[in-house]
Design a protein around this ligand. Sequence first.
Ligand code: ADP
Ligand code: MG
Length: 722
Amino acid sequence: TQRRYDTLAAARNWSPQANGEFKQMHIKEVFGEFTLTLDDLRERLPKIVWQELKMTIEEGQQLNLSVADAVALAMKEWATEMGATHFTHWFQPLTGATAEKHDSFITPNQGGGAVSEFSGKDLIQGEPDASSFPSGGLRATFEARGYTAWDPTSPVFLIENQNGKYLCIPTAFASWTGEALDHKTPLLRSVETLDEQTKRALALFGVKSKRVTSTVGCEQEYFLIDQEFFYRRPDLMTSGRTLVGAKPPRGQELDDHYFGSIPDRVLSYMLEAERELYRLGIPVKTRHNEVAPGQFEVAPIFENCNIAADHQQLMMIVLKKIAKKYGFECLLHEKPFDGLNGSGKHLNWSLSTTEGMNLLEPGESPHENMQFLFFFSAVLSAVYKHQDLLRIAIASASNDHRLGANEAPPAIISAYIGEQLEDIIKQLLNGGLKKSMKSGLMGLGSPVLPTIPKHAGDRNRTSPFAFTGNKFEFRAVGSSQSVSFPIVVLNTAVAESIDTMCTSLEKKMEKQDLESSLKEVLVETMSEARDIIFNGDGYSDDWQEEAEKRGLLNLKSTADALPLLTDEKNINLFEKYNVMSSREVHSRLEIWAEQYVTNLNIEVDTTEAIAKTMVYPAAIRYINELTAAVKETSELGLDNYGSKEMLETVNGALNDLGKALVDLKKTQDELESEDLMDLCKEYRAKIIPAMGKIRDSVDFLERYTADDHWPLPIYREMLFVK
Ligand code: ADP
Ligand code: MG
């Protein structure tokens, strides 16, 4: 028999000494070391050039080539001083990951020397071959080129490994017809429309701002397991999650991990990962153990949404990269281990002026509170009107395992706002604010009504979308996904609400003052949107019923949610605010549906391979041993209590497995949908349960097969060796 995996070896593999000289860090010294911020750039640029660049960044003015040349030169100088040899346009195709194509800064010339090449043109535009990225029909086959265009609002940065560095230039990625093939382009467009509408609203409140943007801070959850285990699990390697595996004997409820101190090896890893993130200018703030054994979380201080989205991608890259140095594999999948808490990525979202005013921060004065209630209601209305889009924005085969699994918010989108705010909304709708109106400015902040709580301490972990004092927290977002599209949906939907509310407010203000007009607008808005508010237990069955009564959507799986993306309402929304064209929306539907099917196909193939080539042979070997034992003991006339029953049990489970494998094949052969959306539904309805049957048999066999025959690292080993 083969040598059973030795868990002790994994535990001993890592020693703190093995990791070089890095012993401590001074955040001040390392922060931003690998990034060229706008401030750094200003110092390196002639004044006129800087001013022109600033106009581009702040007012979207077209960049002229001589400015670009000067900026490119400054960037190249900085990068080469830092030891970089190459540059790349860094972009975010619709795979959800990031992509790079490297070019060297130098070209050897005929004289045996080399010339440096990185001009303004190289900076502002690149032409990667787009054919290897999903386009959802946006790219004609005869035109494989795609274009990347520099996003001057996100700082360039360096990526380093032990042998060198290269300069990354954040870019948008489009087809030759100018259609967005990436996540950044719609995000930047949504930032524009949100800025426009919000400033229009602020003007009504007498607030001037240069620019308004949404702010985003993402709490990233992840698992760490020893690499020894990772590479022995084909399922983790191909699909990022365990497709088979029996639950560990010790439930996570019993684990002291959540409140315990961080294991030393993990802490060393975190410190190095954080150092890398600091170097990139990513303001990491918190780290802690998470609920499940082997699960952790890291969160940065919030930034403007475009930079936050770039930084979030970088964070995932760095977490994975540094893990390997410590003999770990960082698992970002939403549900790596069945029966254990999954991983999410809370997306904290608010609106802020560049002058630093948080528009979702309840204020001290009644006037501030009016403004707060306006934006607060705008968000609730956006969530109510576009529940489907928010659900779609978090839909993936992997996140489906998590949503509604009593560990993550349900698939029903609702908003938690806390008792006090709910009370204020109720009073508003019942006309209760009327009386206090007379005593001035709606009485908010006056003794008639409770002051709006600042940073309400209440927590309701069961809500997919919660107001947490001065921001909303979109909790249903998956741990492995790009946060860009969820941000696009929020930005655009809220811009629409603000637009609608402003139009109404402006009209009313022709006849009456702001206070009276606003009150009417709030009542209009909230009487339509009030059903989205739910402060109760989102995990309960009662909520499923209650939500249905309220007519809220309950899109249980990706297959149910995705088709709604191209509903007229949604196309209209994206088109009206110039965030995406109808073609761009359709392309995303196609890409995400394809991804759903592709991911499930990978899981099917891997499940089959593990069952046939690893589990089946192991069980057969064990059956042979049992058979021999039963035969020999009875020939010798010896007792063999239980051996025959054991043989029958294992043999029975193996038969079940054989049948489940045949059934899966049959199910695959019988898939009949031509239409991609129907195919997704068929996968959901037939393929997933067929895979589940195989898993049941395999997990049963894991409990009975001799441990030294079992070919896969088991949950106990993967989760508790740190
Ligand atoms: P909580 O205790 O509510 O989780 P934290 O202060 O720990 O609050 O913040 C959690 C995350 O929310 C962090 O990533 C933080 O940067 C982010 N966050 C805080 N304020 C805002 C804001 N105004 N806009 C966007 N994100 C924010
Ligand atoms: Mg939080």
